[in-house]
Design a protein around this ligand. Structure first.
Ligand code: NAD
Length: 286
């Protein structure tokens, strides 16, 4: 069996097309959805991600602004900026680009964001919503995975899902979202003994560990759907995921490539959350 490739760029383009009418409706009401990105330090990968977000906003008619702070800026200055953005009615979404340099209290900064503008979905209020199945702003990467699965028509109800990686921004919310969709979910992490005994049971395997070639072909059930969230830069400059793509695609039924799989969906979902935030601000009943 050779897997069908899940083309994240194509799905992302289609989802973004669907945003056009919503943005136009807002523009007719005199509202341009606005996203503010707060960035501290000069992490090169973060620079790339922020650049992508700003460009993507422009393409779908959203306004975006990046607020940069030096790595030694006082935390209070960042908190003041967040407070100003919370109070700015022309800004509908506020995100803090992660990771932060050492010395910053990530939770304090994330909790400072107005929960109605928390378009990354990292505020405790939104995390709580995810736990009880009343998501306000679903975190972008796992939400992107969910949309990919829906798009290619892969049902999750009753499926065995194994999520490899238990971070607060990918693994845990991913597991909660698929649990909400009535999948049977196992979460594995760096301390899991014998990872393969779990992965081999997966009908849907989502991998977000940040370890190239962590998942090899014998660890994958024949016909499984494999979603590779990992993004790793190899010493030779190549960008790869966590899955041995060439070997695993001979066992899986569907697989996401890296790049061009989950990555384009993450930014797309951020745009979607920002549009939703603007719609809710325009009609508070939403
Ligand atoms: P993280 O470092 O915060 O968490 C990694 C998780 O993987 C941890 O729970 C850890 O226990 C687990 N893990 C690490 N090594 C493991 C191993 N050998 N076996 C089993 N579990 C292991 O990372 P993160 O922020 O969740 O990101 C994970 C990966 O996803 C990274 O490569 C990151 O670049 C990528 N990522 C991609 C997107 C995207 O849009 N495609 C978005 C966010 C993160």
């Amino acid at each position: 069996m050779t897997a069908q490739i899940i083309d994240g760029n194509a799905v992302a383009a289609k989802v973004r097309d669907g945003y056009k009418a919503r943005v136009e409706r807002l523009l007719r009401q005199g509202i341009t959805p606005g996203l503010a990105v707060v960035m501290v330090g000069d992490n090169p990968a973060s620079e790339v991600y922020v650049g992508n977000k700003v460009r993507a906003c422009r393409k779908v008619g959203l306004r975006s602004e990046a607020f940069r702070f030096r790595a030694d800026a006082p935390q209070e200055a960042v908190l003041e900026r967040i407070a100003a953005l919370n109070a700015d009615a022309s800004i509908h979404g506020v995100i803090v680009q992660l990771p932060l340099p050492p010395g910053y209290d990530m939770r304090r900064l994330l909790e400072a964001i107005d929960r109605n503008k928390d378009v990354d979905g990292f505020h405790l209020y939104n995390v709580g919503g995810l736990v009880i199945g009343e998501t306000v702003f679903p975190p972008c990467t796992p939400y992107g995975v969910q949309i990919l699965l829906e798009h290619v028509g892969i049902p999750t109800e009753g499926q065995n899902v194994v999520v490899v990686g238990a971070s607060n921004i990918v693994g845990k919310p991913m597991a909660l979202m698929l649990l909400q969709k009535e999948a049977t979910v196992a979460i594995c992490h760096v301390k899991t003994r014998d990872l393969a005994q779990f992965t081999i049971l997966a009908d849907i395997l989502v991998v977000a560990a940040g370890k190239p070639d962590l998942i090899t072909a014998p660890m994958v059930k024949r016909g499984a759907v494999v979603i590779d969230v990992g993004i790793n830069r190899l010493p030779d400059g190549r960008l790869v995921g966590d899955v041995d793509f060439e070997a695993v695609k001979e066992r899986a039924s569907w697989i996401t490539p890296v790049p061009g799989g989950v990555g384009p969906m993450t930014v797309t979902m951020l745009l979607g959350n920002t549009i939703s935030a603007a719609e809710r601000a325009a009609s508070p009943r939403l």
